[in-house]
Design a binder for this molecule. Structure first.
Ligand code: ADP
Ligand code: CA
Ligand code: CA
Ligand code: CA
Ligand code: CA
Length: 414
């Protein structure tokens, strides 16, 4: 009998990608990584996954690689852990008659301008917005949205190029910058579209949902601490968010409404919502597993293995989302507070000893240029803690923060 393969069209190049390949094996499937840049995947080889080097940027390139290498019978599912490839995966799944989301729903979800239009038509709460495809359209967009406003690319990720603008000059300059970006970090063409949005100054949450057969199940809500602008960088998450029932219900409802409006039918999603005095507003819908180690927080807090469920969903199995316990977990990201060259981060050993701390991970390298964070690529590492209350977690994370020192190379400061 031919082994059953789960195809990955690229993956996260951080730890999550390799974790997914490993988890695939644990599910009794053979992982296959289709990639145009195998050198990105440090550690992928050790998972024993088959690597197929091909043009992953186009549907034609992917179809050709799949046709050449595999028979339809060998393939159980197709997936990715990189959100940039989600629309391509949906199209390919449809072509191979494998489980997956409707391609149109995934194409819409990958583009924040289309998401705004779909949610607007469905009456789902969201900021005032305007879609801009040339700098000349900025003035009219500002008329609609007002100041201050948030200017962002329609199809990037990790808070990259998301900027709070206080004046029309700032907004215009940033629109120009955003529209000039032709390819994203994966070399895929961008939509060349900017979005102007009303700035919603309110606490932020993410609603972690899992859909199966078009029904949406809420796994839980994450409380986020995000910097207040001009750059918006996630600094800390606590799962589950301490919330009053009324707020939790409102957050779950708006995320469910958003997924329904977009036509999402299966798999994990990560919907960011700000809870304003006037009610919840959708910041964005990510048709993928949450990043920022949130799946690991969920595993610590509830025992639910979201990554495994996402892989099982890709082969058409019904997800198992039953919690085995209820605790709290949190993550804090390490960042630089000024520009410079990283010498070292000290105190890691002692940080590991702090009660409740599960992981202290430094991802930055000595000699690397660092800066106060503007997007999630600027993180230097993270600390994960678990505990029986949000307060205890905050205490552990504060203690670690006190113990860790980011030392920059003085002579090379500029
Ligand atoms: P990305 O897909 O890169 O994460 P987002 O659209 O989620 O981009 O924006 C990143 C962050 O910027 C959000 O998590 C939120 O904190 C902030 N943000 C984005 N849009 C708005 C808005 N209209 N009002 C207030 N904050 C916003
Ligand atoms: Ca996003
Ligand atoms: Ca986001
Ligand atoms: Ca996020
Ligand atoms: Ca199913």
């Amino acid at each position: 009998r031919a082994p059953h393969k789960l195809l990955f069209v690229e993956a996260n190049t951080s730890g999550t990608g390799v974790l997914a390949l490993r988890a695939t094996r644990e599910l009794g499937l053979e992982p296959v990584l289709l990639t145009n840049a195998p050198e990105r995947y440090v550690g992928a080889g050790e998972t024993g996954c088959e690597i197929v080097v091909c043009d992953t940027g186009t549907e034609a390139g992917l179809r050709e690689a799949v046709r050449e290498r595999f028979s339809r019978q060998q393939i159980s599912g197709i997936t990715t852990t990189s959100e940039f490839y989600v629309p391509l995966v949906a199209s390919l799944a449809r072509w191979l008659e494998l489980p997956g989301n409707p391609p149109q729903a995934m194409a819409n979800s990958r583009n924040k301008a289309r998401v705004r239009e779909v949610l607007d038509a469905a009456g789902v709460g969201q900021p005032r917005f305007a879609v801009v495809r040339s700098v000349a359209e900025t003035a009219a967009a500002l008329e609609r949205v007002g100041l201050p406003c948030v200017v962002k690319p329609a199809d990037d990720s990790g808070s990259n190029d998301v900027l709070l603008c206080r004046t029309s000059e700032e907004a215009r300059a940033h629109v120009e910058r955003v529209l000039a970006v032709e390819v994203n970090v994966r070399g895929l063409p961008t939509a060349r579209t900017a979005l102007l949005e009303e700035f919603v100054d309110a606490p932020e949450f993410s609603v972690e949902m899992f859909s199966d057969g078009g029904e949406h199940f809420c796994v839980g809500v994450t409380a986020k601490t995000v910097s207040g602008g001009p750059y918006f960088v996630e600094r800390q998450h606590i799962f589950p968010a301490p919330l009053e029932t009324r707020d939790r219900t409102a957050l779950e409802k708006i995320a469910t409404d958003a997924l329904t409006a977009l036509g999402i039918r299966c798999g994990a999603t990560h919907t960011e919502v700000r809870l304003s005095a006037a009610g919840p507003v959708v910041v964005e819908v990510n048709a993928r597993l949450a990043g920022g180690m949130i799946p690991e927080l969920i595993r610590l807090a509830t025992g639910v293995e979201l990554l495994n469920q996402q892989l099982r969903s890709a082969i058409g199995e019904t997800p198992d989302l039953e919690p085995t316990h209820r605790r709290f977990a949190g993550i804090r990201f390490l960042v630089a507070d000024r520009e410079g060259v990283l010498a070292e981060i000290t105190g890691v050993e002692r940080a590991h000893q702090v009660p409740g701390v599960k992981q202290v991970v430094i991802t930055a390298n000595s000699g690397q240029t660092v800066r106060p964070p503007r997007n999630s690529y600027d993180r230097l590492g993270f600390v994960i803690a678990e505990g029986d209350s949000p307060e205890n977690i905050a205490k552990s994370l504060d203690e670690v923060h006190r113990l860790l020192t980011v030392r920059l190379d003085a002579e090379r400061l500029h």
